[in-house]
Design a protein around this ligand. Structure first.
Ligand code: 5GP
Ligand code: MN
Length: 340
């Protein structure tokens, strides 16, 4: 981690100020975990800190300390925009282009606050930020937040609650330490968090074993009725219409992890989850071999992400999005069929 940047950040944090920590739309474990971890640290330093997210986060994260103080822009526009307007420093964690903050994009653009980006996605939109901590090689933003705190003033300010929040970010973004981004540093950071007394088993249960009955049945339905396997292109996708989701009383976060099931089929190298949302169709993409879903999403679905985990959207209908997705596969046939 560049020393100069740590020095710069230390200087910024010398004077007490109003600080807002933001993250991306449809916040996941890393977005919420890294934002809350950073928030707990900043608060300990004596700053007035708030976490502002564009929209709701899944219920399985609501046990994390301080999550009940998160201000959701979709639910309380006035308060969220007020906090952003008054902030001297704004942290943007787990995203690297303002567009990813969805409804917060405009308030962020209009704010005079100093913007500090902390993120692990490739190709940051550098112009939007004053200070960038961009480490695409890191497993998660939570891992970067740990390194930043450690370099600023050691680990003594990391309490069990803060450690648990960061651990959630690391655990969820690495698929429980399985993805290629998991490296030596990931395990070292996890070990340091364990030293803070976190309960790994409990955290695992709280994040992964709190399905509603509806969510489990939606999973069963998706796998038996909505999974399409195209062996010729080493591709599998699941599609869900609005009616499908309504039928299973869909709640935010209920399709989290669903895309990975396609990849669990032997010989499948590309998996997609295609869901019909209000006004758009969302795509969630994962790959096993060196097939860049980041580039695929950027090129064809106005999206982006990581090499092997990315997302995007389409303005077409669900059926037309599926047709378009299938029609793109032949040009990637060789890349997709490389033996993994
Ligand atoms: P997920 O499929 O879990 O929603 O997202 C996978 C990864 O891609 C995450 O790191 C997420 O931040 C990123 N991602 C998802 N959707 C988009 C998008 O529309 N644009 C960009 N740039 N990244 C996305
Ligand atoms: Mn992340």
């Amino acid at each position: 981690m560049e020393k100069q940047k740590i020095i710069h950040l230390r200087q910024l944090l010398e004077n007490k100020s109003r600080i807002v920590i933001t993250s991306h739309t449809r916040p996941d474990g890393d977005a919420v975990g890294s934002a809350l971890g950073l928030h707990m640290y900043i608060s300990k330093l004596g700053h007035q800190s708030s976490v502002v997210l564009p929209d709701k986060f899944p219920d399985f994260l609501s046990w994390i300390k301080e999550s009940d103080n998160i201000c959701i822009h979709q639910e309380n526009r006035e308060k969220a925009e007020g906090l952003i307007n008054q902030a001297g420093i704004i942290f943007c964690v787990d995203y690297n282009q303002l567009k990813r903050a969805n409804s917060l994009e405009k308030p962020l653009e209009e704010s005079d606050a100093l913007k500090v980006m902390i993120d692990h996605h490739p190709e940051p939109e550098s112009i939007s930020f004053d200070l960038l901590f961009s480490y695409p090689g890191m497993s998660s933003t939570a891992e970067i937040v740990f390194h930043i705190i450690k370099q600023l003033d050691g680990e003594s300010n990391i309490c069990k609650h803060l450690a648990s929040a960061l651990y959630v970010g690391i655990m969820t973004d690495t698929g429980s330490f399985r993805h290629s981004s998991t490296g030596r540093s990931t395990f070292e950071v996890a070990a340091a968090l364990v030293d803070k007394g976190i309960d790994i088993q409990e955290i695992g249960h709280r994040v992964y074993d709190t399905y509603s009955e509806y969510r489990l049945r939606l999973l069963g339905f998706s796998l038996s009725e909505r999974l399409v396997v195209l062996h010729e292109y080493a591709t599998a996708y699941i599609y869900l219409s609005k009616e499908d989701m309504q039928r299973f009383n869909y709640q935010d976060g209920d399709t989290e992890g669903l895309v990975n099931y396609g990849l669990s089929i032997q010989g499948i190298n590309l998996a997609a989850l295609i869901t019909e949302k209000e006004g758009e169709v969302r795509l969630s993409l994962r790959s096993k071999v060196a097939f860049s879903v980041n580039h695929f999403a950027r090129e064809h679905f106005d999206g982006g992400g990581h090499e092997r985990a990315a997302g995007g959207s389409s303005g077409l209908s669900l059926q037309d999005t599926i047709k378009r997705f299938e029609s793109l596969l032949p040009q990637y046939k060789e890349e997709l069929n490389v033996l993994s």
